[in-house]
Write a protein that binds this ligand. Sequence first.
Ligand SMILES: [Zn+2]
Length: 210
Amino acid sequence: MSVPGCPRCTTPVARDGAGVWSCPEHGPVAPLWRAPEASYDAFAEHLVRAGEFPTYLPWPLSPGWSVTDVAAAGEEGAVRATMTGCSGTSDADGPVDVLVVTEEAGVGLGARVAGTRHADPGPGLGDGPPLATVRVEGQGVRLWTVSTSTEPGEWDRSVLAGEAGGRWLWVVLRPASAILLLRGEWILRDVSGLGAPLVDLPYGGPHPLW
Ligand SMILES: [Zn+2]
């Protein structure tokens, strides 16, 4: 995690003369720190960086699932986005990845993870009925589909987004059919305050693709 990247593209970022992290393509950005491999240590380091900024995990993790990815955008104490990836299998879909991003407007990490074009979910969000409702810290958070049909790349996924706690909340499921997992009661837990008890989670496995 020593060299941060751009939250919106794959380019490493560097500080300019004024100490601002900057991407050659996207200008000043919140530097993205992605653990090279999900592990207890990497997750603990992530939580220190994120501080009080929420980090959401599907809760409880189903048997056989593990945490496979974790990242934050922003400096310690000034994080503006977090993401987690969990991977496992479902009877209907086989291998499934679930990626959850929460971010302040304009960061662009959710769009990158989702493979959508705009930095934020887009003006159509909230038109029509929500596709799913997840429980986040005791609140029902409505999620709408973000279309990926006109985006480059054919990777098969479902993208949902909504708003929780004044921030964008993105949920990306791969394959797309895994969206049916959201039919039941889904809970996202903010683990930022959990600290050491987090040890109990299973970690590891290849990063989800993004
Ligand atoms: Zn960039």
